[in-house]
Design a protein around this ligand. Sequence first.
Ligand code: 4FM
Length: 250
Amino acid sequence: MHIEVVTLFPEMIRAGLAVGVVGRALAGGVIRVGTEDPRLLATDPHRTVDDRPYGGGPGMVMKVEPLAVAIRACAGRLPQGSPVIGLSAQGRPFTQQAARRLAGLPGMMLVAGRYEGIDQRIVDQLIDEELSIGDYVLSGGELPALVVIDAVARLLPGVLGAAESAAQDSFGDGLLDWPQYTRPETWEGHRVPAVLQGGNHAEIRRWRLKQSLGRTWRMRPELFALRALTGEERELLYEFCAEAGIDPPR
Ligand code: 4FM
């Protein structure tokens, strides 16, 4: 997959891609990431990329010209069918479903703004969709762009090993992860749940599913609105709630 990022801080994007799973995807050529810095494309002596907002008020706005030139330069390097995606708190929520959709594309352009925002004419004329990584305010779109690249890259064939991919599949199902434990068996008096050491794989599967259901209900009850429960799942969730002393779903 070919990804281009428009950013005033290309070194921040490079640094964020250097290590771990995404670093390997990049080194192995599964993803290719280019950057374009609008400041290098500004034609005035001061290389101006921002200006004061029409209507007044605090802060600065990203100017149209250098940004438009940067977006068009990236578009010229990307395959047909690569959307131009702006990262901002005004966007639609970036979810695992959105990551799966983007992972099916040949390329994408991520536009990471700075300052108080980018000129709306850029959004209206050159940006296909806006995505938000969550309801909080950041200083720019670079961290959100890295979040999108990470979530998408790990879905591409050959990026994760077989075991990691299988683990991911079991949670393409809209539930939170079950608790994980490793050695030692006892740490400061706290033991690993006995069921995980018993070797009864049917029991372990049921325990993990129950923990996933219980955690999801406790921490993210709204996720259940999106998901029907099987008879077994319903039974396990009710057990969890009874043991935890919390109210079960309706
Ligand atoms: C700041 C984006 C200025 C663009 C920001 C400009 C954000 C979020 C966010 C800050 N992006 N999810 N939350 N961006 O806060 O995606 Cl021009």
